[in-house]
Write a protein that binds this ligand. Structure first.
Ligand code: UT7
Length: 329
């Protein structure tokens, strides 16, 4: 018997979870108006494509959302949690400083022993986590991974800053990624440029029992916007070259769901028709690391993306970080 691991990893099931009822732009605008902050449904839709987002209730933490998405992914993969040998949670809004949210999810799933850790790459977190899981599976370090993107961004939003608080929402998405003799993940690539750390950050920290600095999200939206379209095109092209495919081979493009204008810009640069874009930003808002697995799960469950189709996932976020994964479902 060969000890060599199967050469590929493949997605076996997806899951997604959005907490509570949708909070529409109108409802959010009314809430902000009570504090003298002016915004409107028309501004938010026109500039971002967002119509609503979900906010977790005060008692729910990141691992609660992650657990729901994980359970659905396990169910879709027809897989028992005890057979999972790796859990990665991509999040920037963990339950605690430590232990990792992945360890808490493991405990909530009622299993123990397997490797579990968090990945912090903000909105690129899921693409980073999936790439790490793929690498570990292909080297034989794991054979069945639960890869989760989960966020409660509502906890770090500054509701007195209309330039950011209307953009983000809470949610979780998950996939079961398992070893396979046939290719699922075809190629991936990750990048970061720390020179831009300040354009999207939550600068606060904890020291000596106190919060030091501002623990709320700050973003220079136009600066992120300008970088986003360029890096997303570049990384998608580079991953296609690695996989020896062309843009014409992409059945579906799932970009990080931050802004419909960035998504359209990326599709246009790749010469992909807008019909090939999976768009959930209208209903979900920007859920950071959760946005791609949530969009993937939504499209799979609606029967839009079918087994065997080729999907490009790509993200950009704080760091700044960016990356892409090309896969056959
Ligand atoms: O998830 C990680 C990656 N993040 C992103 O990809 C986000 C990238 N950036 C963006 O999506 C966009 O830059 C935003 C949606 C954040 C902003 O859109 P924009 O078209 O770049 O608008 P802007 O920041 O240039 O602001 C335009 C105007 C300003 O007013 P003046 O200076 O022109 O009078 C803002 O004060 O819109 C005003 N504005 C608002 N008005 C009503 C900003 N936020 C709001 C608001 N409601 N919520």
């Amino acid at each position: 018997m060969s000890l060599k691991p199967p050469p590929y990893s493949r997605i076996a099931g997806t899951g997604g979870f959005l907490p509570g009822d949708p909070v529409t732009n109108e409802a959010l605008a009314m809430r902000l108006a009570r504090s003298g902050i002016e915004t409107s449904d028309s501004w938010i839709i026109e500039r971002t494509g967002i119509k609503a987002r979900h906010f977790a209730n005060d008692n729910d933490v990141c691992s609660d959302l992650a657990l729901q998405a994980a359970k659905l992914a396990l169910q879709a993969a027809d897989c028992d949690a005890t057979t999972i040998d790796l859990i990665i949670v991509a999040t920037s809004t963990p339950d605690m400083i430590f232990p990792s949210t992945a360890c808490i999810v493991q405990q909530k799933l009622g299993v123990r022993g397997c490797a579990a850790f968090d990945v912090q790459a903000v909105c690129s977190g899921f693409v980073y986590a999936l790439t790490i899981a793929d690498s570990m599976i292909r080297t034989g370090a794991a054979s069945k991974a639960l890869v989760i993107g989960a966020e409660v961004f509502s906890r770090i939003l500054d509701f007195s800053d209309r330039t950011t608080c209307v953009l983000f929402g809470d949610g979780a998405g998950a996939v079961v990624l398992q070893s396979s003799d046939t290719p699922g993940i075809l190629a991936s690539e990750l990048h970061a440029d720390g020179r831009y750390a300040n354009i999207l950050c939550t600068p606060g920290t904890v020291s000596g029992g106190k919060i030091l600095g501002d623990p709320l999200l700050k973003m220079d939206g136009p600066a992120v916007f300008r970088l986003a379209v360029n890096v997303l095109e570049e990384v998608a092209r580079s991953v296609l070259v690695k996989a020896e495919r062309t843009a014409a081979d992409i059945d579906w493009l799932i970009p990080h769901q931050a802004n419909i204008r960035i998504m359209h810009g990326t599709a246009k640069k790749l010469k992909l028709p807008f019909e090939k874009l999976i768009v959930t930003v209208a209903e979900h808002g920007n859920t950071s690391a959760a946005s791609i697995p949530l969009a993937l799960d939504d499209a799979v469950r609606r029967g839009k993306i079918r087994p065997g189709e080729t999907v490009m996932l790509e993200a950009v976020g704080g760091g700044i970080t960016w990356g892409a994964v090309l896969l056959d479902l």
